[in-house]
Design a protein around this ligand. Structure first.
Ligand SMILES: C[S@@+](CC[C@H](N)C(=O)[O-])C[C@H]1O[C@@H](n2cnc3c(N)ncnc32)[C@H](O)[C@@H]1O
Length: 367
């Protein structure tokens, strides 16, 4: 299967590859900055289904560990949100509880970063953007992050800057993620110089909730008549609502802050997780005193993560609610990536131009 595609070389600002692509949040951000995606790798069938529905019926490579490096086309930028499960606090404690190793010692997942390193080593793109959970920096008392930096900086020779960014300046969600940007050649790019909107003045939930007043076009199964109200299926059952309240009470008595979070139009949501489909407890929308709350609809989750297609078109959600919640919970907040990509673009473009043979010849002639 030919896995290479995208605009003809030279017609786009720069070419990038999308690894651990999920549903393509990184791709949306880099396309907004003028990039052309020439290769995608994502092994999950349902994520591939959503990716294709939104980007077109393009070839997508599967398991990254089985990839033939020669099948990857030349590219200027590599982007990858490598799986955070072995690095996240939840992932670590679950694995510890099971008496299993975690992080780099975990054979199944911990080596996925090294798949990225393998591709960087073979293709030497001008730059990369990697994304992970905030906790990556502290995992295993900082050793995991140190190994990652050593590989990127010392072994591969990239100039790396990194930063934790809270998406709350863009969307009504507190979501902190660590981003690492690397450049092959020494340059003035520093992620710490990129400005992001202030989380304190970010939008509130009313900007992403269904208005339920008839001003929005009805979208089954998410909204129903009359007035495009949120469908009853998103309201918690009596049983689940009682369970969540009892659970919270039990932990409150023990002095713990665990439990559901009830939010309204003027609030900001907690981080949407890939587990949201289970009970929705991290973000429950209040329906007024005494009424059972509801989950967000997948359409609201799309907005909460900044997912829209080009020209402001709605993101296509071709999968079940369960799959959609998992996909959005795993994704990046698109406008955060778009701003990072825009900041990287001039440095990438400069390197692309310098690498272009006729320009190099002129520069050499002038030297
Ligand atoms: C954290 S998610 C990335 C989400 C993405 N940034 C987005 O915006 O949708 C990591 C993705 O890596 C994929 N993945 C995990 N192991 C993989 C492997 N061995 N080969 C290819 N993809 C893999 C998962 O299916 C998941 O979609």
């Amino acid at each position: 299967m030919d896995l290479v595609r995208g605009k003809a070389p030279g017609s786009a600002d720069f070419r990038f590859i999308d690894l651990f692509a999920g549903i393509g949040g990184m791709r949306l951000g880099f396309e907004a900055a003028g990039g052309s995606c020439v290769f995608t790798c994502e092994w999950d069938d349902r994520a591939q289904q959503t990716y294709r529905a939104n980007f077109g019926d393009e070839p997508i490579a599967g398991d990254i560990r089985a990839l033939d490096l020669e099948a990857i086309p030349a590219h200027d930028v590599l982007v990858a949100g490598f799986p955070c499960q072995p690095f996240s606090i939840a992932g670590v404690s679950k694995k510890n509880a099971l008496g299993r190793p975690h992080g780099f010692a975990c054979e199944a997942q911990g080596t996925l970063f090294f798949q990225v390193a393998r591709i960087l080593k073979r293709h030497r793109p001008i730059a990369f953007l990697l994304e992970n959970v905030k906790h990556l920096e502290r995992h295993d008392q900082g050793r995991t992050f140190q190994v990652i930096r050593d590989v990127l900086e010392r072994e591969l020779g990239y100039q790396v800057t990194y930063r934790v960014v809270d998406a709350q300046g863009y969307v009504p969600q507190h979501r902190e993620r660590i981003f690492l940007v690397g450049f092959r050649e020494k340059c003035d790019f520093d992620l710490n110089n990129v400005s992001f909107p202030d989380p304190a003045t970010g939008p509130r939930l009313k900007s992403i909730l269904h208005p339920e007043d008839g001003t929005e076009v009805m979208e089954p199964p998410y909204t129903e008549s009359p007035l495009a109200k949120v469908s009853a299926r998103y309201t918690l059952t009596d049983h689940l609502w009682k369970y969540l309240r009892d659970y919270k009470e039990k932990h409150r008595e023990k002095g713990n802050g665990f439990g559901f979070s009830l939010v309204g139009a003027e609030d900001v949501a907690r981080t949407l997780s890939a587990r949201y489909y289970k009970d929705g407890s991290e973000i429950l929308v209040s329906r007024g005193k005494g009424a059972r709350p509801r989950r967000l609809t997948p359409r609201e989750c799309a907005r909460l993560m900044g997912f829209r297609r080009a020209a402001g078109k709605d993101w296509i959600i071709p999968v079940s609610d369960t799959q959609a919640y998992k996909q959005f919970g795993n994704a990046v907040v698109v406008p955060v990536v778009a701003d990072i990509a825009k900041a990287m673009r001039p440095f990438v473009r400069e390197a692309v131009m310098l690498g272009y043979a006729p320009v190099r010849a002129v520069l050499q002639a002038l030297a």
